[in-house]
Ligand binder design. Structure first.
Ligand SMILES: [Zn+2]
Length: 428
């Protein structure tokens, strides 16, 4: 497409500003809370009705048997496809339709879709109903403005990203929907800002570490073996050796914020000894030497690291502690792992979106990597599709917060970028 045609497409997107706001508000007003997974069918029905009226072929896919899928809370997904007039690539926009709990501290109705000062407010406004709406407006405008394009445009609205994506993108990837033979470019409109291209994310390893002891009367602790003291020794060893080791590992991945450009470890939870009683319990605890103590660790690792080495560091630490404490024993129970993912900057979708950003915003994009994971992991690892990025309007820091909002100008600008991306990849 030439400059004039690009300009016409931008104008056509700008002309749908009110429609973009109305669509975002409608999506916010369907409270798709996860957990437990409310109104998934309703939001898919809404999108299916809209897109089928505009010439898209729509399929509804329930993730039967996925975690949390049930008769009461079925995990519904929607995929809409628009065919061009000849062979070519398929560009796929994937947005999760679920939102996290509301929490406290709101000054507006979280499901009202209030518009004020150039912003749309509500749970999911930025993460990521505003991005999904921008992608839909971009796709609709493109197929209307360039009806003789080649290839295909797809939009999916998927379940459960906020709880791992197993009832959403992971399920679809397992069914072949992200096979590189049918989809060649994927854009996930997560709220990374309209001038940033997110290439991927760090890796994750979650594990539970348990120290073992022997129960005895609390007045004679020498007759037992205190699992909490063993855990204290584990934590001291982490402070002395593991945390400094991790802080010294730096990545070439452009992770934001900067603090996440090293390896990190969080201890998500610790439990040892007698169960905590509810606050209204008026009795005293019974004196026992704790025979079990557990922590949950959340290790985030870099593309330069090998997950086997990540695990070996922890096992080696536990063995060092064991060597110093004769009665000590432990278990490591692995919970969850995700490999890091990073799309090459020279990949076609990256270069095309970068050109569109430069055209619309007048400056080159920033390239970033997310500290936490998102659905790209499933497209990469299960779908085997490497040409995938996150790009969308909104400020990531607002995600999951009270008074979440998305800027209307930002949505319009990123919809322009997405429409120009389609034109660059598909227009004759
Ligand atoms: Zn999200």
């Amino acid at each position: 497409m030439d400059g004039m045609a690009w300009h016409g497409l931008e104008q056509a997107v700008a002309a749908r500003r009110d429609e973009l706001v109305a669509l975002t508000r409608d999506l916010i007003r369907i409270p798709t809370l996860n957990p437990p997974g409310l109104n998934y069918r309703e939001i898919c029905d809404y999108l299916a009705a809209r897109l089928s009226a505009r010439g898209f072929a729509v399929q509804m896919i329930r993730a039967h048997g996925a975690p949390a899928d049930s008769a009461a809370h079925p995990r519904w997904n929607m995929i809409a496809r628009h065919e061009g007039t000849g062979p070519g690539d398929c560009v796929h926009f994937n947005g999760h339709h679920d939102v996290v709990e509301v929490g406290h501290g709101w000054s507006v109705d979280p499901f009202g879709g209030e518009v004020r000062d150039g912003r749309v407010y509500g749970r999911g406004a930025c993460d990521m109903k505003g991005g999904l709406a921008a992608a839909i407006i971009a796709a609709e405008t493109f197929v209307d403005t360039c009806p003789d394009y080649r290839g295909a445009v797809e939009i999916s609205a998927t379940a459960d990203e906020e709880s791992g994506g197993y009832g959403g993108v992971a399920y679809l990837a397992e069914q072949g929907w992200f096979d590189p033979a049918r989809v060649q470019h994927v854009i996930i409109p997560e709220p990374l800002n309209k001038d940033r291209i997110c290439l991927g994310h760090r890796g994750v390893w979650w594990a539970e570490i348990e120290t073992k002891g022997r129960i005895a009367h609390g007045s004679m602790p020498f007759l037992g073996d205190c699992a909490v003291r063993h855990m204290g020794a584990v934590l001291a060893e982490m402070e002395a050796t593991l945390f400094p080791l991790l802080a010294g590992k730096h990545t070439d991945m452009p992770v934001v914020p900067e603090g996440a450009r090293s390896s990190t470890l969080n201890i998500n939870a610790i439990h040892g000894g007698a169960r905590e009683e509810p606050p209204d319990y008026t009795g005293l605890p019974a004196p026992c030497v704790p025979d079990r103590c557990r922590i949950t660790i959340d290790r985030r690792f870099l593309i330069e690291e090998d997950i086997a080495e990540v695990k070996r560091e922890v096992t080696a630490l536990m063995e060092r502690v064991k060597a110093r404490r004769p009665s000590f024993d432990y278990d490591i129970h692995e919970l969850f792992e995700v490999q890091p993912s990073m799309t090459d900057r020279a990949a076609p979708v990256v270069r095309t979106v970068a050109r569109a950003i430069e055209h619309v915003l007048g400056h080159v994009p920033d390239y970033v990597v997310s500290p936490g994971t998102y659905d790209q992991k499933h497209i990469d690892r299960i779908g085997r599709l490497k040409n995938c990025i996150a790009y969308g309007p909104g400020i990531l820091d607002l995600a999951h917060q009270p008074d979440e909002w998305v800027g209307i100008d930002d949505m319009v600008d990123s919809a322009k970028v997405m429409a120009l991306t389609l034109a660059d990849l598909l227009a004759r």
